[in-house]
Design a protein. Structure first.
Length: 201
């Protein structure tokens, strides 16, 4: 799977956004086989309800860059801090389009692969729940749902990922871009999809 991911993502030319006057962040779509009897999955976080921003929202491991830090260093550091994953630069198998959020962030998404059983442990101060979602859930029927919101000039994307889990942009847009390219070889741009109004702040 690692080599297949690298080959597929090597042909994807990510769009790099202008970082001027933006707050910079990196997130990781971390794929792996958490044990031998489960399908390949990715990590999805539900953020703590006590956080000052984006509380209780779904997301990927990641966060703001520290001064002087590269995007790559940031995503590896955040994976360790948030879910106690020891990942190295060699585990980064590709990246996707930068996404500019309504709240002023430039998010750079990376795709990472961990080869082995992972026992991720979330930081309880930041993460309410850590989920392993089969990657096949990203290409099922009814994925995605596109909605029109007042004040939004692009469709608002929702990814239903089982149960009551519905993931919106930017995370939903990042996941959908990966899925269309990886499964179908179709290039969509993640900034074609809008965030819901509750994520604008």
């Amino acid at each position: 799977m690692n080599s297949e991911l690298r080959r597929t993502l090597a042909d994807f030319a990510p769009r790099t956004a202008d970082a001027s006057d933006r707050r910079l962040a990196a997130v990781g779509l971390v794929l792996g086989r958490w044990s031998s009897d489960v399908p390949i999955s990715f990590l999805l976080l539900e953020r703590s309800a006590s956080l000052a921003s984006h509380a209780s929202q779904y997301g990927l491991p990641g966060g703001k860059l520290h001064p002087g830090e590269s995007f790559e260093d940031a995503v590896l550091r955040e994976a360790k801090e948030e879910v106690d994953l020891d990942l190295a630069e060699g585990d980064i198998v590709g990246r996707l389009d930068d996404y500019i959020t309504r709240s002023g962030y430039l998010i750079r998404p990376f795709v990472l692969w961990f080869d082995g059983d992972m026992r991720a442990e979330p930081d309880p101060g930041e993460i309410a729940c850590l989920m392993h979602i089969p990657v096949t859930a990203l290409s099922g029927p009814g994925v995605p749902t596109l909605l029109s919101y007042p004040g939004a000039d692009r469709p608002v994307i929702q990814l239903p990922l089982g149960g009551e889990r519905t993931v919106h942009a930017p995370t939903g847009a990042i996941l959908y871009q990966f899925a269309r390219w990886f499964f179908d070889g179709v290039r969509v741009r993640n900034d074609d999809y809008e965030e819901p109004t509750f994520a604008w702040e």
